[in-house]
Write a protein that binds this ligand. Structure first.
Ligand code: ATP
Ligand code: MG
Length: 275
């Protein structure tokens, strides 16, 4: 574990989610974790793509333990932590475990309660979710302090993200979301995409959006994924690395203002309301 016991700074929880699949969540979470850890922050990634998790692959590793073993009581949550290097820890969501798709409310509570035991050991917990509006996605998002939604210019990404926001708002009372525009041509295009999306969302839903920035479509990005490398580490001077760094700074700044809601205890408390 890259964290030590007895420290009481609260853990900030951020989910990275999307309506449509394949928009870059896992890549973004991995690179943001790297950016934050390099600033000296203690970072835990929860791979919330339960049963289909792949954050470990991004770091060129294979996690031995996963959250399923914690839920079944086989191991303690501290034993489910896989160090990814760079000062980042991971709790894997397991791979090929169908049961994780159908967690009942007792199992979900067990999961959240176990995670709450890690409160204060990390500065940030980044949650990579599955795409869509499955129960697990809605549940993890609604427990997080900050929900960031990745969209791209594909019209289906916009309609699916709109649907996700609508469900989180109407069923889970979430009213604030941060938007990351990925796979855009440039930053001007990214802002235009955000403005278009914001206009539709604010016309029909009572929610507030915050813009966290854009990442350009970049062949280096895909290549990094294929080679199980982090673009921020291996191509730090590339345009997308600079854009990822900007997003991590925006994330840090926006969470400073919301410190009162922080903490894995809060993560757990939220669940009592929504489980
Ligand atoms: N800005 C970008 N430029 C080029 N390729 C990108 C960019 N962002 C993501 N990709 C590529 O898109 C693919 C999907 O990315 P990733 O696995 O991170 O998406 P995801 O949202 O986590 O997918 P899923 O919904 O299946 O979990 C990867 O090959 C990744 O390299
Ligand atoms: Mg993913």
């Amino acid at each position: 574990m890259s964290a030590t016991l007895g420290q009481h700074r609260r853990t900030k929880t951020i989910s990275v989610t999307s309506g449509k699949g394949g928009v870059g969540k896992t890549t973004i979470v991995s690179n943001l974790a790297f950016a934050l850890a390099r600033q000296g922050q203690r970072v835990l990634i929860l791979d919330g793509d339960l049963g289909m998790s792949n954050v470990d692959i991004m770091f060129g590793l294979k996690a031995e333990a996963n959250i399923h073993q914690v839920i079944t009581g086989e191991i303690e949550v501290s034993q489910a932590i896989t160090p990814l290097g760079h000062g980042i820890d991971l709790i894997s969501g397991g791979s090929g475990i169908v049961e994780l798709n159908r967690l009942n409310s007792f199992e979900r509570r067990t999961m959240m309660e176990s995670l709450a035991a890690l409160d204060g050991l990390y500065d940030y917990m980044l949650i990579d979710t599955a795409p869509g509006i499955s129960d697990n996605v809605l549940y993890l998002n609604s427990a997080a302090q900050e929900i960031s939604i990745v969209i791209n210019p594909d019209p289906a990404s916009l309609t699916d993200s709109y649907a996700l926001i609508k469900v989180l708002n109407q069923e889970y009372k979430q009213s604030h979301f941060s938007i990351i525009c990925n796979q855009v041509r440039d930053e001007v295009d990214g802002l235009a995409l955000y403005n278009r999306f914001n206009e539709v969302v604010s016309r029909f839903l009572f929610v507030g959006l915050d813009y966290w920035g854009a990442i350009s479509q970049d062949p280096l990005f895909r290549k990094s994924t294929q080679n199980q490398r982090l673009i921020l580490k291996h191509d730090p001077t590339s345009e997308s690395s600079r854009q990822l760094l900007n997003i991590s700074m925006k994330l840090e700044r926006s969470l400073v203002r919301k410190n009162e809601k922080a903490g894995l205890q809060f993560f757990w408390d939220q669940v009592v309301g929504v489980a």
